[in-house]
Design a protein around this ligand. Structure first.
Ligand SMILES: Cc1cc2nc3c(=O)[nH]c(=O)nc-3n(C[C@H](O)[C@H](O)[C@H](O)COP(=O)(O)O)c2cc1C
Length: 321
């Protein structure tokens, strides 16, 4: 698939996820076959002040390319300015028009833009003109049941110059409940000539194949199922190529990747922060292992990365015996 001038390989895309898709995790997912990875959403207002936190969010490395930065905001001029200033580190710029969090939508950002298509189109136009690289957008099915406007909304974005649209098949009011609606993704795909990426509930080869078959979308994006499970990308790629399901990773593989993830995070952000942030990741890497619940409780109390590594090793090797 090609998004504007950027060639994207076959395979699923890693969804932007706040607090999760930091640089080390993105690099791991790319290594396991993700075709494209996204930063979490970054506020253009925070970039204006160059907070240390925003700077870390913007770190990138050659191993993760192609990589997209996801920006959010509601001011077309500021969005365009920040896209031009920061976009050069990235292959693509993605605009967040789907975040349902109250704090975000109250400020007229994220999914609130789906209620204001004129402003969304203006943002898209300004960013496309300023960015000097392909600009994509991530939207939802609509705001709520009464306003499922993904098709018209996506058409306006295409007219404004957007190079690809990702559709999460839920409305803002559904948040993450119920099942993603594949029909709305199919309708957007039918209406647009640019690539359409389907998103929502893809967690395996068969569910990726179903999304592609039932919507005709050009690629699928995986969010929650990738947490603690970057292998999902090689599983999807293998299934789409052969129709066969790969076995999951062994305990030793899980342990190795979890440890590598923690060390990469420590190299980027320091031991203390990495140990804190790895608690949730380690718990996800444990998913499905025998004795995981007890091990998770210990992990939450661990004070250092090495303490965590030891606990995880004990738990995963006990699970294998
Ligand atoms: C913890 C978490 C954080 C998320 N952060 C973002 C974000 O920063 N930007 C965004 O566009 N979507 C965000 N999402 C939504 C995901 O990108 C994705 O659209 C959603 O999880 C549905 O896909 P899935 O069923 O594969 O998880 C987030 C989702 C989760 C669970």
């Amino acid at each position: 698939m090609r998004i504007g001038t950027v060639e994207i390989g076959d395979g699923a895309l890693l969804a932007p996820m706040a607090g999760i898709t930091e640089m080390p995790f993105r690099a791991l997912c790319r290594r396991m076959g993700a075709a494209l990875v996204y930063t979490e959403m970054v506020s253009v207002n925070s970039l204006l002040y160059r907070s240390a936190e925003a700077e870390t969010l913007l770190d990138t490395s050659p191993e993760e390319r192609p990589v997209a930065v996801q920006l959010f905001g509601d001011d077309p001029a500021l969005m365009a300015d920040m896209a031009a200033r920061w976009g050069e580190r990235y292959d693509l710029i993605d605009l967040n028009m789907g975040c349902p969090a109250p704090k975000i939508v109250k400020a007229g950002r994220g999914c609130a833009l789906m209620r204001n298509p004129a402003l969304a189109a203006q943002i898209a136009q300004r960013v496309c003109a300023a960015a000097g690289k392909p600009v994509t957008a991530k939207i939802r099915a609509g705001w709520d049941e009464e306003s499922r406007n993904a098709v018209e909304f996506a058409r306006r974005l295409e007219d404004a110059g957007i190079a690809a649209v990702c559709v999460h098949g839920r409305t803002r009011s559904q948040q993450y409940s119920g099942a993603a609606d594949l029909r709305v993704i199919a309708r957007v795909k039918e209406a647009l000539s640019i690539p359409v990426i389907g998103n929502g509930d893809v967690d395996s080869g068969p569910s990726a194949a179903r999304m592609l078959r039932e919507t005709g979308c050009d690629a699928v994006m995986v969010g929650r199922a990738a947490r603690g499970n970057p292998w999902v990308f090689e599983q999807i790629a293998h299934y789409l190529r052969t129709g066969e399901t790969l076995p999951g990773p062994s305990c030793a593989e899980r342990l190795g990747v979890a440890i590598e993830h923690g060390r990469m995070l420590a190299a980027q952000q320091g031991e203390t922060l990495a140990a804190l942030k790895m608690r949730k990741h380690m718990a996800w890497y444990l998913h499905g292992a025998r004795g995981a619940a007890a091990c998770r409780r210990h992990l939450m109390a661990a004070r250092s990365l090495s303490e965590m590594e030891e606990m995880l090793a004990q738990c995963l090797t006990a699970g294998e015996s």
